[in-house]
Design a protein around this ligand. Structure first.
Ligand code: 4NP
Length: 163
Protein backbone atom coordinates (compact mmCIF):
# COMPACT_ATOMS: atom_id res chain seq x y z
CA UNK A 1 0.00 0.00 0.00
CA UNK A 2 1.46 3.33 -1.09
CA UNK A 3 0.44 5.49 1.83
CA UNK A 4 -1.63 5.84 4.96
CA UNK A 5 -4.29 8.45 5.61
CA UNK A 6 -4.91 9.07 9.31
CA UNK A 7 -8.28 10.53 10.28
CA UNK A 8 -9.51 11.72 13.67
CA UNK A 9 -13.18 12.57 14.26
CA UNK A 10 -13.67 15.14 17.02
CA UNK A 11 -16.74 16.22 19.01
CA UNK A 12 -17.11 17.68 22.49
CA UNK A 13 -17.31 14.66 24.79
CA UNK A 14 -16.11 11.80 22.54
CA UNK A 15 -19.00 9.65 23.74
CA UNK A 16 -21.79 10.36 21.18
CA UNK A 17 -20.98 11.82 17.76
CA UNK A 18 -17.28 11.16 17.14
CA UNK A 19 -17.28 7.52 18.32
CA UNK A 20 -20.28 7.00 16.03
CA UNK A 21 -18.26 8.42 13.14
CA UNK A 22 -15.22 6.30 14.03
CA UNK A 23 -17.37 3.15 14.22
CA UNK A 24 -19.14 3.78 10.89
CA UNK A 25 -15.86 4.63 9.14
CA UNK A 26 -14.05 1.55 10.52
CA UNK A 27 -17.00 -0.64 9.54
CA UNK A 28 -17.12 0.75 6.00
CA UNK A 29 -13.35 0.44 5.57
CA UNK A 30 -13.72 -3.24 6.39
CA UNK A 31 -16.27 -3.63 3.58
CA UNK A 32 -14.81 -1.39 0.84
CA UNK A 33 -11.45 -1.06 -0.87
CA UNK A 34 -10.62 2.63 -0.68
CA UNK A 35 -7.28 2.17 -2.48
CA UNK A 36 -5.32 3.59 0.44
CA UNK A 37 -4.69 2.44 3.98
CA UNK A 38 -6.85 4.51 6.36
CA UNK A 39 -6.50 4.67 10.13
CA UNK A 40 -9.30 6.15 12.24
CA UNK A 41 -9.63 7.42 15.78
CA UNK A 42 -11.93 9.79 17.62
CA UNK A 43 -11.48 12.30 20.42
CA UNK A 44 -13.22 15.11 22.28
CA UNK A 45 -12.22 18.72 22.73
CA UNK A 46 -13.44 18.41 26.35
CA UNK A 47 -12.09 16.14 29.07
CA UNK A 48 -15.23 15.34 31.10
CA UNK A 49 -15.68 11.83 29.74
CA UNK A 50 -12.06 10.73 29.27
CA UNK A 51 -11.87 6.96 29.85
CA UNK A 52 -15.63 6.47 29.51
CA UNK A 53 -17.25 4.11 26.98
CA UNK A 54 -19.62 5.53 24.34
CA UNK A 55 -23.06 6.77 25.47
CA UNK A 56 -25.61 3.93 25.73
CA UNK A 57 -27.94 5.65 23.24
CA UNK A 58 -25.16 5.92 20.63
CA UNK A 59 -24.28 2.26 21.23
CA UNK A 60 -27.93 1.24 20.81
CA UNK A 61 -28.27 3.08 17.51
CA UNK A 62 -25.03 1.64 16.13
CA UNK A 63 -26.07 -1.87 17.18
CA UNK A 64 -29.49 -1.38 15.55
CA UNK A 65 -27.68 -0.49 12.29
CA UNK A 66 -25.28 -3.43 12.52
CA UNK A 67 -22.19 -1.31 13.20
CA UNK A 68 -19.81 -2.51 15.94
CA UNK A 69 -18.80 0.29 18.28
CA UNK A 70 -16.46 0.47 21.27
CA UNK A 71 -13.49 2.38 22.57
CA UNK A 72 -13.00 4.79 25.41
CA UNK A 73 -13.10 8.57 25.29
CA UNK A 74 -9.89 10.56 24.89
CA UNK A 75 -9.21 14.29 24.70
CA UNK A 76 -7.64 15.76 21.56
CA UNK A 77 -4.36 17.53 22.36
CA UNK A 78 -2.11 19.89 20.40
CA UNK A 79 0.41 17.04 19.93
CA UNK A 80 -2.26 14.99 18.16
CA UNK A 81 -2.04 17.23 15.10
CA UNK A 82 1.20 15.42 14.23
CA UNK A 83 -0.59 12.06 14.24
CA UNK A 84 -3.40 12.90 11.78
CA UNK A 85 -3.81 14.09 8.19
CA UNK A 86 -7.48 15.02 8.58
CA UNK A 87 -9.10 16.28 11.79
CA UNK A 88 -12.86 16.29 11.24
CA UNK A 89 -14.95 18.29 13.67
CA UNK A 90 -18.61 17.45 14.24
CA UNK A 91 -19.67 21.09 14.52
CA UNK A 92 -18.33 24.59 14.11
CA UNK A 93 -17.79 25.13 17.85
CA UNK A 94 -15.46 22.15 17.97
CA UNK A 95 -13.81 23.24 14.71
CA UNK A 96 -13.00 26.60 16.30
CA UNK A 97 -11.70 24.92 19.47
CA UNK A 98 -9.43 22.73 17.33
CA UNK A 99 -8.17 25.67 15.28
CA UNK A 100 -7.36 27.53 18.48
CA UNK A 101 -5.43 24.49 19.72
CA UNK A 102 -3.46 24.04 16.49
CA UNK A 103 0.25 24.81 17.08
CA UNK A 104 0.93 25.87 13.46
CA UNK A 105 -1.07 27.17 10.45
CA UNK A 106 -0.35 23.83 8.74
CA UNK A 107 -1.97 22.00 11.66
CA UNK A 108 -5.00 24.30 11.53
CA UNK A 109 -5.44 23.47 7.84
CA UNK A 110 -6.02 19.82 8.74
CA UNK A 111 -9.26 20.81 10.50
CA UNK A 112 -12.52 20.51 8.55
CA UNK A 113 -16.17 19.86 9.30
CA UNK A 114 -17.28 16.28 8.70
CA UNK A 115 -20.47 17.51 7.03
CA UNK A 116 -18.46 19.22 4.30
CA UNK A 117 -18.70 15.69 2.86
CA UNK A 118 -22.51 15.36 3.35
CA UNK A 119 -24.28 15.88 -0.01
CA UNK A 120 -27.53 16.64 1.86
CA UNK A 121 -26.07 19.23 4.25
CA UNK A 122 -27.51 22.22 2.29
CA UNK A 123 -25.39 24.79 4.08
CA UNK A 124 -25.94 23.47 7.61
CA UNK A 125 -22.65 21.77 8.33
CA UNK A 126 -23.11 20.92 12.03
CA UNK A 127 -23.86 17.47 13.40
CA UNK A 128 -26.08 18.62 16.30
CA UNK A 129 -25.11 17.59 19.82
CA UNK A 130 -27.57 14.81 20.81
CA UNK A 131 -26.42 14.46 24.43
CA UNK A 132 -29.20 16.43 26.14
CA UNK A 133 -31.99 15.24 23.81
CA UNK A 134 -33.88 12.01 23.14
CA UNK A 135 -33.22 8.89 21.10
CA UNK A 136 -34.37 10.61 17.86
CA UNK A 137 -31.28 12.80 17.97
CA UNK A 138 -29.08 9.73 17.82
CA UNK A 139 -30.97 8.43 14.77
CA UNK A 140 -30.41 11.76 13.01
CA UNK A 141 -26.73 11.85 14.02
CA UNK A 142 -26.21 8.36 12.63
CA UNK A 143 -27.85 9.28 9.29
CA UNK A 144 -25.85 12.51 8.87
CA UNK A 145 -22.59 10.86 9.80
CA UNK A 146 -23.27 7.85 7.57
CA UNK A 147 -23.93 10.08 4.53
CA UNK A 148 -20.87 12.19 5.29
CA UNK A 149 -18.67 9.13 5.51
CA UNK A 150 -19.78 7.99 2.07
CA UNK A 151 -18.54 11.37 0.78
CA UNK A 152 -15.40 11.25 2.90
CA UNK A 153 -14.43 7.82 1.60
CA UNK A 154 -14.90 9.00 -1.99
CA UNK A 155 -12.76 12.07 -1.21
CA UNK A 156 -9.96 10.03 0.35
CA UNK A 157 -10.09 7.54 -2.52
CA UNK A 158 -9.75 10.30 -5.11
CA UNK A 159 -7.25 12.60 -3.40
CA UNK A 160 -5.08 10.47 -1.15
CA UNK A 161 -4.78 7.16 -3.00
CA UNK A 162 -2.15 8.40 -5.46
CA UNK A 163 0.32 9.45 -2.73
P1 4NP B 1 -20.57 14.37 22.05
O1 4NP B 1 -21.81 14.67 23.01
O2 4NP B 1 -19.78 15.66 21.98
O3 4NP B 1 -21.22 14.04 20.74
O4 4NP B 1 -19.81 13.23 22.67
C1 4NP B 1 -21.67 15.21 24.29
C2 4NP B 1 -21.32 14.40 25.33
C3 4NP B 1 -21.24 14.94 26.62
C4 4NP B 1 -21.48 16.29 26.81
C5 4NP B 1 -21.81 17.10 25.74
C6 4NP B 1 -21.90 16.56 24.48
N1 4NP B 1 -21.41 16.84 28.12
O5 4NP B 1 -21.73 18.03 28.28
O6 4NP B 1 -21.04 16.12 29.04
Amino acid sequence: MASTTRVCFVCLGNICRSPTAEAIMAHRLGLEDVGVHVEVESAGTGDWHVGHPPDERALEEATRRGVPMGGTAQQFTAADFDRFDLVLAMDSANREALRALAPTPQAAEKVHLLREFDPQAHGDLDVPDPYFGGADGFVDVFDMVDRSITGLIAHIGSTHAQG
